[in-house]
Design a protein around this ligand. Structure first.
Ligand code: HEC
Ligand code: HEC
Length: 161
């Protein structure tokens, strides 16, 4: 009997410690973890915030690194993207860019995972929205600390001159 109690005590202690650590990490009052649902306690129902407005100004955004999937700068509401239809391709595929004046999907979209060139869009690139996303006017919840490689490399470039 004694052994059982001792054993269960021994296994409970690490759990308690982990619990305390977790509580510390997700933050008591004053911690900076962003709360997606706002300041209300999670036990209270609150009305959903309004949908954010999409940015649809047709201005192509700079990429943060060369192989970043470019952001979508136009409206995509109501565009079919399912087994039978892919509205995106009606402007962005090689055949249709003359009429649409949209940038063509790049050569990587015509390659399989081994780099072989295919005659048409690679199946793994069919669901455009898994990689390309529109932006909204929402304010970021946390500060963005991303630094462009050009800024990182600048001291080195100057040293070489
Ligand atoms: C009616 C034609 C049309 C359709 C349909 C369309 N696009 Fe576009 N897309 C454009 C044009 C034109 C541009 C160039 C920028 C602009 O005018 O908005 C563009 C720009 C883009 C860009 C930015 C490219 C870059 O280099 O910055 C992405 C990414 C993109 N579209 C993805 C999509 C996706 C994903 C879909 C489907 C959900 C889609 N587009 C549907 C015409 C279209
Ligand atoms: C698996 C992720 C992925 C999917 C799925 C995908 N793309 Fe891309 N796309 C990228 C990446 C990464 C780039 C930038 C580097 C490159 O060209 O490969 C890109 C580039 C582009 C560009 C810019 C081409 C250029 O030369 O400037 C357009 C336009 C585009 N994609 C449209 C689409 C459309 C339309 C679809 C759906 C039919 C699609 N993409 C599916 C990842 C993806």
């Amino acid at each position: 009997m004694k052994r059982v109690i001792l054993l269960s005590l021994a296994s409970a202690l690490p759990c308690l410690a982990a619990g305390a650590l977790f509580a510390q990490q997700i933050g008591g009052p004053g911690r900076d973890a962003p709360r997606l649902r706002g300041p209300e306690p999670f036990t209270r129902d609150t009305p959903a915030p309004p949908m954010q407005r999409q940015i649809t100004d047709d201005v192509r955004r700079r990429r943060n690194y060369p192989d970043q999937p470019p952001l979508i700068p136009h409206a995509i509401e109501g565009y079919a993207l399912d087994l039978n239809a892919n509205k995106c391709l009606s402007c962005h595929s090689r055949q249709f860019t003359e009429q649409s004046q949209a940038p063509m999907i790049s050569v990587t979209h015509y390659q399989d995972r081994n780099g072989n060139f295919l005659g048409e869009l690679a199946p793994r690139r069919y669901a455009c929205l898994t990689c390309h996303v529109p932006q909204t006017t929402a304010q970021p919840l946390v500060e963005n600390l991303f630094t462009d490689i050009r800024e990182l490399a600048e001291p080195e470039r100057q040293g070489r001159r």
